[in-house]
Design a protein around this ligand. Structure first.
Ligand code: GTP
Ligand code: MG
Length: 273
């Protein structure tokens, strides 16, 4: 049996699972859990000291699920406390604040921390990850848009949700889908059932969309040297158009990336004789 398979009391009926929260300090991990478990929101920031632990029961289909929730502190100071708690986990709520780009950029480092603490025998493939793009109520400060977050999550086979612990938007849906996915995983011998079906777009498509987003000018966007010829621009454009055409590519953000490439080509060709 896999190391982090959950403990069953009565096979087919009750199930005990362990879930943890992960993400930078102040992104809203504790508030998301509080919103779901206690149906309330606290606007004052009360940093989690080390770990908060809670138990809750949920029903998924005919099964009663006993959920042990370990709400982790995001502050680097608590690393020594956190690292004890990664093992034997079936589900991770991985949170970032849509108004804090740093907290989105830190998601890879969070995965790396978990992977390192699980050690060489730990397996991240049989854990359900629910990425929460939190604080969507703060629309004015939003700097990580939905397609960017969704692309990151879905290219890893993770679930993605837009949430607000303040208004409650997306919270119940997130937990319901998360728990159902964990039960599906347990019934599927510890393999993420939706993992392979999520390969609806390729890594090349995901990487290209990210590259286009981060490009500094039209040359860079098309992947040609400044001063390239009409032929070179058209060739690069055709390659990207085939890869990203909305009829062919369902990766989040592909439509915007495609439009940006069309505009970049038009702008460049205007100035090339
Ligand atoms: P650590 O325990 O330090 O790792 O932080 P945390 O991720 O648990 O953050 P916490 O849930 O304590 O929330 C941090 C701050 O963000 C608090 O002031 C919350 O009131 C606020 N907050 C959390 N979620 C939301 C949200 O969805 N919208 C808004 N506007 N504020 C939120
Ligand atoms: Mg907290």
């Amino acid at each position: 049996m896999e190391a982090n398979m959950p403990k069953r009391k009565e096979p087919g009926k009750s199930l005990r699972i362990k879930v943890i929260s992960m993400g930078n300090a102040e992104v809203g991990k504790s508030c998301i859990i509080k919103r779901y478990c206690e149906k309330r929101f606290v606007s004052k920031y009360l940093a989690t000291i080390g770990i908060d632990y809670g138990v809750t029961k949920v029903q998924v289909r005919d099964r009663e699920i006993k959920v042990n929730i370990f709400d982790m502190a995001g502050h680097p100071f608590f690393y020594e406390v956190r690292n004890e708690f990664y093992k034997d986990t079936q589900g991770v709520i991985l949170v970032y604040d849509v108004g804090q780009k740093d907290s989105f950029d830190a998601l890879d480092a969070w995965l790396a921390e978990m992977k390192q603490d699980l050690g060489p025998h730990g397996n991240m493939e049989n854990i359900v990850f629910a990425v929460c793009a939190n604080k969507i109520d703060c629309t004015k400060h939003r700097c990580v848009d939905e397609s960017e977050g969704r692309l990151w999550a879905e290219s890893k086979g993770f679930l993605y949700f837009e949430t607000s612990a303040q208004t409650g938007e997306g919270i119940n849906e997130m937990f319901q889908t998360f728990y159902v996915s964990i039960v599906d995983l347990c019934e599927n011998g510890g393999k993420r059932p939706f993992m392979n079906s999520s390969a609806s777009f390729t890594k090349e498509q995901a990487d290209t969309i990210r590259r286009i987003r981060n490009s500094k000018d039209s040359w860079d966007m098309l992947g040609v040297k400044p001063g390239a010829s009409r032929d070179e621009v058209n060739k690069a454009y055709r390659k990207l158009a085939v890869l990203l055409h909305p009829d062919k590519c369902v990766a989040p953000g592909s439509e915007d990336a495609f439009k940006a490439v069309v505009n970049a080509r038009t702008a460049l060709l205007k100035n090339i004789k």
